[in-house]
Design a protein around this ligand. Structure first.
Ligand code: NAD
Length: 433
């Protein structure tokens, strides 16, 4: 199959590289010329484990190319995937579909006479119908089908997720789209990955329902963590105890500073907007969003409380800024709420993140970015573990204690056994235990 991938961000670049690994011929298109220049030179603009090797291997084999010229990339394609951003529209929380529709227009103009446009971006229900309308308007004579193929990969394990997904969801309205998607995903169906075909609105709803459900799990366990703290229970054991029940499952039951990232916050909001537009109440999702917003702010209060009620004039050393480990993505990271709240309370903030500092620096003015974890906490009145990067899982706790001005360790990811930390003489504040 000849595939064009429009957008070479976290989803487009990983999907394009993985499709080429399947043996398809893939052209990745992005309007950001600097990004394409870097990709052509074998320099990967985002941090995603394994991606550099995957891109290099397939580029060398001639199956993966990069261009800013959308028309050239699309002209021979059997399928054109749209993987552009769908951020929250400023002010109202609706998904901003302007990038999707602009891409659809350009694709329809340049597409061959027969072609399938596939929405991989996360888009509200009805978007495939609108993309189809645009294609008919722009290119009435062409046999263009439109499909929905939402992506479920996670940053940090994106390649593994793409290559071994729990399922692939394809929303189609005709046989042309069904046949092309079947052919594209054949390498996965041979490996017994379930390929679920549904109609397009259903596929679109599946993506939002999946993200909303995962967000519900996170907010749920965070509230249970609050209860555990009050009643002397240990939320880690509670999560294990409920997660072993297969009806519940153990994943996404990790208490912490609230969910962030480029998907859950914007997708839960967009789903609520869709519900509102259709006069349906999604009260559980609404509560989840509220709990999560409050949670991030409450984490700053927790740090301040651990510092004796005030951080005015104190220094706080933050370990981890990205919304989760193994990514450099700072979009909607809890640190973007917690750090400014500490600064507003009078704290000076030092920080270290293995991959996120470049993206974080302009978003967190006044934060002193440091060369490693121990430098970040040197002379601080508290160390705060905010993102559970592997290298923060085995800190030399005695060195942490000796580096700090006051022996306060706030662990918002429950990385350490309580007794191990207390034994070193550190005062330890974690979540729900
Ligand atoms: P991103 O912002 O990292 O990348 C989008 C890219 O599209 C940018 O490089 C931009 O320059 C390019 N672009 C925009 N308009 C274009 C056009 N007309 N032609 C060519 N290039 C264009 O976004 P992302 O994180 O990869 O997300 C893309 C979509 O996938 C979103 O809808 C998102 O919700 C969804 N998604 C993201 C993830 C994730 O973990 N990041 C997971 C699943 C789904």
């Amino acid at each position: 199959m000849r595939i064009a991938m429009i957008g070479t961000g976290y989803v487009g670049l990983v999907s394009g590289a993985c499709f080429s690994e399947f043996g398809h011929s893939v052209t990745c298109v992005d309007l950001n010329a600097a990004v394409i220049e870097r990709l052509k030179a074998g320099d990967i603009p985002i941090f995603e484990p394994g991606l550099e090797d995957l891109v290099a291997r397939n580029a060398k084999a001639g199956r993966l190319t990069f261009t800013t010229d959308l028309a050239a990339g699309v002209k021979d394609a059997d399928a054109v995937f749209i993987a552009v951003g769908t951020p929250s529209r400023r002010g109202d929380g609706h998904a901003d579909l302007s990038y999707v529709y602009a891409a659809a227009r350009q694709i329809a103009e340049a597409a061959p006479d027969t072609c399938v446009i596939v929405n991989k971006s996360t888009v509200p229900v009805g978007t495939a119908t609108e993309v189809e309308r645009i294609a008919r308007e722009v290119a009435p004579g062409k046999a263009i089908s439109v499909a929905s193929n939402p992506e479920f990969l996670r940053e940090g394990s994106a390649i593994e997720d793409f290559m071994r997904p729990d399922r692939v969801v394809c929303g189609v309205a005709d046989d042309q789209a069904r046949d092309v998607l079947k052919a594209i995903y054949r390498p996965l169906s041979l490996r017994e990955v379930p390929i679920l075909f549904a109609d397009r609105p259903t596929a679109e709803v599946i993506k939002y329902a999946a993200n909303a459900f995962l967000a519900v799990k996170i907010s749920f366990i965070n509230e249970i963590a609050d209860l555990c703290e009050k009643v002397g229970a240990d939320v880690q054991d509670v999560a294990k105890g409920i997660g072993l029940d297969k009806r519940i499952g153990s994943k996404f039951l990790h208490p912490g500073p609230g969910y962030g990232g480029s998907c859950f916050p914007k997708d839960t909001l967009a789903l609520l907007k869709t519900a509102e537009d259709n006069a349906v109440q999604l009260q559980i999702v609404a509560a989840t969003v509220k709990v999560n917003d409050e949670r991030k702010r409450a984490m700053a209060d927790r740090i301040i409380a651990a510092c004796g009620g005030s951080v005015d004039g104190k220094t706080i050393g933050i370990l981890g800024l990205t919304f989760k480990p193994n990514t450099d993505d700072m979009r909607d990271a809890p640190s973007l709420v917690i750090v400014p709240a500490l600064q507003a309370a009078g704290a000076k903030v030092k920080a270290f993140d293995p991959e996120g500092m470049k993206a974080a620096a302009p978003l967190l003015p006044g934060v002193e970015m440091c060369g490693d974890a121990y430098v970040a906490i040197e002379g601080a009145h508290a160390a705060v573990l905010l993102t559970e990067w592997n290298e923060f899982r085995a800190l030399d706790l005695e060195r942490v204690r000796d580096g700090l001005k006051a022996p306060v360790f706030v662990d918002l990811r429950n990385v350490y056994p309580v007794d191990d930390v207390l034994r070193t003489g550190l005062l330890y504040a974690s979540v729900g235990r």
